[in-house]
Design a protein around this ligand. Structure first.
Ligand SMILES: Nc1ncnc2c1ncn2[C@@H]1O[C@H](COP(=O)(O)OP(=O)(O)OP(=O)(O)OP(=O)(O)OC[C@H]2O[C@@H](n3cnc4c(N)ncnc43)[C@H](O)[C@@H]2O)[C@@H](O)[C@H]1O
Length: 180
């Protein structure tokens, strides 16, 4: 189901998610499970991802439909619910929104989103700076990650999912209110 690269990445995300839970609180077992399963359909053909999304009753808007890289999270939450009988809403949401984020993210959603950015296997240019940020403040690291996501999608001329914009706006406003 997963190639070696993605399997290794999933193990690293699960480990990083548990590390973040030890630091910021939460349920270690849920963090491990969500981390290991978050990309379970990443190597699955897009047509099959869409099948799981439709089967679960999710109705995508036009921006989500035009953003195939986000489909695997939505598909994975439907797949693990039906095929692995995972009923825990916290885990399902963390898997579902791990690429887009959304307004009102739960603590576990934030942990998994950031674990995906700072897991040991990541090697993008600013990853060490992001690791320092996540060790200092979970919400600020999340805001910076979303900022990167919004600006890099815009630079590439790609649509930005509504959930991502709303996640960014929410954290941005909260930060401004905190500093006033
Ligand atoms: N909200 C959203 N809406 C629509 N499309 C979206 C989206 N978020 C991501 N995407 C798109 O989804 C695709 C894949 O995203 P993912 O699913 O997150 O990435 P991946 O395949 O696991 O890793 P990738 O090969 O991109 O690895 P990298 O280490 O470079 O990168 C690993 C992660 O670190 C982020 N990253 C890279 N450089 C960064 C930096 N300098 N600062 C902060 N984050 C950075 C990347 O965005 C990536 O998520 C990308 O095409 C992306 O544009």
């Amino acid at each position: 189901m997963l190639d070696d690269y993605r399997y290794h990445h999933s193990l690293c995300v699960a480990k990083e998610a548990v590390r973040l839970v030890k630091k910021y609180g939460g349920d270690e077992q849920k963090a491990y499970i969500a981390g290991i399963l978050h990309d379970i359909l990443k190597n699955t053909p897009l047509s099959d991802q869409l099948h799981w999304i439709k089967k679960s009753g999710i109705i995508f808007d036009s921006i989500q439909l035009a953003s195939p890289p986000i489909w695997h999270g939505f598909a994975a939450s439907a797949f693990i619910k039906e095929e692995l009988q995972i009923a825990d809403e916290d885990i399902l949401l963390a898997v579902r929104y791990h690429t887009t984020g959304r307004a009102g993210m739960t603590h576990l959603e934030k942990i998994i989103y950031m674990a995906d950015m700072t897991s040991a296997d990541r090697s993008y240019k600013d990853v060490d700076a992001m690791r320092k940020k996540v060790n200092k403040n979970l919400d600020e690291a999340l805001l910076d990650s979303l900022k990167f996501s919004v600006s890099s999608l815009a630079k590439k001329g790609l649509p930005i999912p509504y959930d991502t914009i709303m996640a960014y706006n929410e954290l941005c406003v909260a930060k401004r209110e905190e500093s006033n």
